[in-house]
Write a protein that binds this ligand. Structure first.
Ligand SMILES: [Zn+2]
Length: 302
C-alpha cells in the first residue's frame, strides 16, 4: 500500500471555488444557469455554491443561496420553472457564498440550518486566510437568519416532497448539513464535499481536518438509498464518490500523522507526498495543500 497517498502532485488549478466566494465582482452580469436533474429537482449554478431547487406540491425548497446579490437571480430563474412560492431555504453551512442570497427572499420564507450553523451565522466569521467581510444579516436587520434548527436529523415535508436533513460531525465547518431528497435518491453535500479537491478546513467556524474523513464516512454509510450527490461547487457525482472522498480525507490525515510522528515539518510532509493513482482526477491546490498540512499537524498536536 502506498503510504504517500494524497499529497505532492501539484496540479495547476483554475478558479478555486471557495476563494471566488469572497471576491465580489459587483459589475459583472449575474448569470445563474439551470440544469434539470429530476422532474421536480433543479441545479442552479453560478454566483457561489451550487443551489438545489425542489418544486413541491405547495411550495419550493431552495438549498443554498449563493453570494451577496445572487438571491434575486435565483428567484428570477425559479419564476421560469414554477409559479409556486419559495417556502423554505436550507443552508448547508455558514459561508457567504451559500447563505448571502437569503436576505433577498421574502421575509416569510422559513430558513432551516444545523444548530452550529445558526450560531456561526450570528457572527459570519471569515475562514482563515480570507478577509473579514460585513455581516450581511446584521446589515439587513436579521432578515434571512434561520428560524428553525436541527441537531442531528430533521425531516421536512412528506412523500415526494420529503427532505431529510442530517448532521454527522465536524468537517468543512462544525455545522455541515447533508440535505437528502429521498424520493429522488439525490443528496446535496454542500462544501464538506465541494468537489474532488482538498477541502477548505474552516477552523474559524469549527472545521476539523482530523474529523472530516470520519464525518464523510458516517454520511456515506448512514444515508441510504441515494444514487447521486450534488457537490458544493463541482458537478453532480455518483454517491460512491462521496465514499471515496471520505477515504481521501482519511488518507490525508494518515499521511500528516505519519509525518508528524516521524518528526517532519509541515513543509517536508507536503513536499514528500504523491497523489495515489486511485485519486486520478483529483485536484491538489498548492496553497491549500500547505495550509491543510499545517492545520492538520497543529490539530494532531493539540
Ligand atoms: Zn464553504
Amino acid at each position: 500500500m502506498n503510504r504517500q497517498i494524497v499529497l505532492g502532485l501539484l496540479v495547476a488549478v483554475g478558479a478555486v471555488s471557495v476563494t471566488a466566494a469572497y471576491q465580489a465582482q459587483p459589475d459583472a452580469p449575474k448569470v445563474v444557469t439551470v440544469e434539470k436533474l429530476k422532474d421536480n429537482l433543479y441545479l442552479l449554478k453560478g454566483g457561489g455554491g451550487n443551489t438545489a431547487v425542489l418544486v413541491g406540491a405547495s411550495g419550493v425548497v431552495v438549498v443554498d443561496t449563493k453570494n451577496p446579490g445572487w438571491g434575486q437571480p435565483i428567484l428570477d430563474q425559479i419564476k421560469g420553472i414554477t409559479d409556486k412560492p419559495v417556502t423554505t431555504i436550507i443552508n448547508t453551512h455558514t459561508h457567504g457564498d451559500h447563505v448571502s442570497g437569503n436576505v433577498e427572499f421574502p421575509a416569510t420564507v422559513d430558513v432551516v440550518v444545523q444548530d452550529n450553523t445558526k450560531a456561526n451565522m450570528e457572527n459570519m466569521a471569515s475562514p482563515p486566510g480570507f478577509p473579514a467581510g460585513t455581516n450581511i444579516f446584521k446589515a439587513n436587520g436579521g432578515r434571512g437568519m434561520p428560524k428553525r434548527t436541527f441537531t442531528d436529523k430533521m425531516t421536512l415535508g412528506t412523500g415526494a416532497d420529503r427532505v431529510d436533513l442530517y448532521y454527522f460531525g465536524r468537517g468543512h465547518t462544525n455545522g455541515d448539513a447533508f440535505v437528502v431528497f429521498p424520493a429522488l435518491r439525490v443528496a446535496h453535500a454542500g462544501d464538506i464535499f465541494s468537489g474532488k479537491n482538498l477541502p477548505l478546513l474552516d477552523m474559524n467556524n469549527g472545521g476539523s481536518g482530523v474529523e472530516i474523513g470520519n464525518t464523510l464516512q458516517k454520511a456515506h454509510d448512514g444515508i441510504k438509498n441515494v444514487d447521486s450527490v450534488i457537490t458544493g461547487h463541482s458537478t453532480v457525482m455518483p454517491w460512491a464518490d462521496l465514499g471515496q472522498y471520505a477515504q481521501f480525507n482519511k488518507d490525508f490525515l494518515a499521511d500528516v500523522r505519519a509525518g508528524v510522528t516521524a518528526g517532519k515539518t509541515p513543509d517536508e510532509i507536503a513536499a514528500a507526498s504523491k497523489l495515489a493513482e486511485k485519486y486520478a482526477g483529483y485536484t491538489i491546490q498548492p496553497a491549500r495543500l500547505k495550509s491543510n498540512v499545517e492545520a492538520v499537524a497543529a490539530e494532531i498536536k493539540k
